[in-house]
Design a protein. Sequence first.
Length: 241
Amino acid sequence: MPLSRRVFALLCLLSVAISQVAVAQEKKHSAITPVPRDANWMKRHDSFNERVKKGNVDLLLIGDSITQGWEGGGGKKVWEKYYTPRNAVNLGIGGDRTEHVLWRLDNGNIEGISPKAAVIMIGTNNSGSNTSEEIAEGVAAIVTKLRTKLPKTKLLVLAIFPRGANNEDKRRLVNVGANKLIAKLADGDMVHFLDIGPKFLKEDGTLEKSVMPDLLHLNESSYTTWAESIEPKVKELMGEK
């Protein structure tokens, strides 16, 4: 092959390689890039690691402040009724996004355990800066990681809960779009999906402060709604009669 043609061919190959790198970089977004947070966050993360080292973990609930709220005034009594008897562990941290959960799963939160089931509800904190597609990819990455690290654990992926006063809320709309994609993760065997969001809303899509006082976080009544709504599926996934 003449030198000029070989140079041309090499340039073409180089151009293709550069294009592929550019596409890969474009696909790499914040929602799927594992990162830790600050020192206070790390303390809670470390407390999870200490808890799972003790074993006796049959159920995980994984998420952000809405999941962490099972420990507070709103969720504590409901947790004690539904989840304490099941050796459940709360892996929720306020403010977490999908990328923070991904980092935690790689750094001890599920090491050395094999729960019967895990409930995942994460993504609303991504809705201010990520697209619906990116959030869904973040949740998909979490599901993939859990399936890899906990192959015997059945997963219940919940649709991101509604937020904002009505259906016109911008961040709610982002979450609605993400939920449509997240639903496709279900395989009917090890990964299941539930959207209990409508149970928190009026027929016209209005979210009232009597349900979520700040239009995002749940009160005791709403934690009861959450627990009751997923109870049949949790029983099924945990092999309870």
